[in-house]
Design a protein around this ligand. Structure first.
Ligand code: GRF
Length: 231
């Protein structure tokens, strides 16, 4: 049953740097009608990113903006912003995008740029989160979707999923367990945004008209929502 929307599909641009498994989960959700959006471009800073192949296989336009060809971060961010704006996106999606963005890039898209981070933010901002959780002997780990602001990994949190840490877990095994959840919460957050249910106002997440102090936890999401997402 196609869901009624009072607006055309949201124009999406996805930024990647690597394998693109989150991109694939988002592409699949769009393809089955679970996200009222259209991916107009996939942009990578790495020409070797396998996610580019995923996009090309699906007939989605791809662009490479190799950060090594720019004298500094500002020059790269300026070009990246220009190329993104050419697609007039309603939402910019960072999906395994490994560049730190300056305000040159974050400011114009505040409220319409999302990121997924492999930790239960605000814990473990930055890199190597799986190793850090194991080193700290923590019993829970997970992933977070947040709006992107100039505060690295610090934007308002939308949704999180938590997984147990098992004795003997390796960083790779833990990363795989977290990634499975990423592939649920990211398409879900994008689905909400494209349905007009999710926004950021005054640095707060608004979901279904309610300003949220805390992120949605995946276990709180109804079976009906998950069924509509198709997972
Ligand atoms: C994921 O763990 C994601 O959280 C992080 O990059 C990793 C790879 O993502 N940002 P993908 O497979 O390239 O989507």
């Amino acid at each position: 049953m196609p869901e009624g929307h009072d607006h055309p599909p949201v124009r999406l641009v996805v930024l990647i740097s690597g394998g693109g498994s989150n991109l694939q989960a988002i592409m699949d959700a769009v393809a089955r009608g679970a996200i009222h959006g259209k991916i107009h471009a996939v942009i990578s800073n790495d020409p070797q990113a396998y996610g580019l192949q995923r996009a090309r296989l699906a007939g989605i336009p791809t662009e490479v903006i190799d950060h090594r060809r720019y004298p500094d971060r500002t020059a790269f961010d300026r070009e990246l912003r220009r190329r993104i704006e050419a697609f007039d996106p309603g939402l910019v999606i960072l999906a395994g995008f490994m560049r730190i963005l300056s305000t040159e890039m974050t400011a114009p898209f505040e409220g319409r740029m999302l990121n997924i981070h492999p930790s239960l933010l605000p814990r473990h901002r930055g890199l190597h989160t799986h190793e850090r959780v194991l080193e700290a002997g923590e019993s829970r780990h997970g992933c977070s979707v947040h709006f992107v602001t100039s505060d690295l990994d610090g934007g308002p949190l939308v949704i999180q999923a938590s997984v147990p840490v098992h004795p003997g877990d390796t960083p790779e095994g833990l990363a795989a367990r977290v990634l499975e959840r990423e592939h649920i919460i990211y398409p879900l957050a994008i689905r909400w945004y494209c349905a007009g249910r999710l926004s950021m106002q005054d640095h707060h997440v608004i979901l279904d008209g309610v300003a949220r102090e805390n992120p949605v936890q995946l276990e709180e999401v109804s079976a009906a929502e998950l069924e509509a997402l198709g997972v």
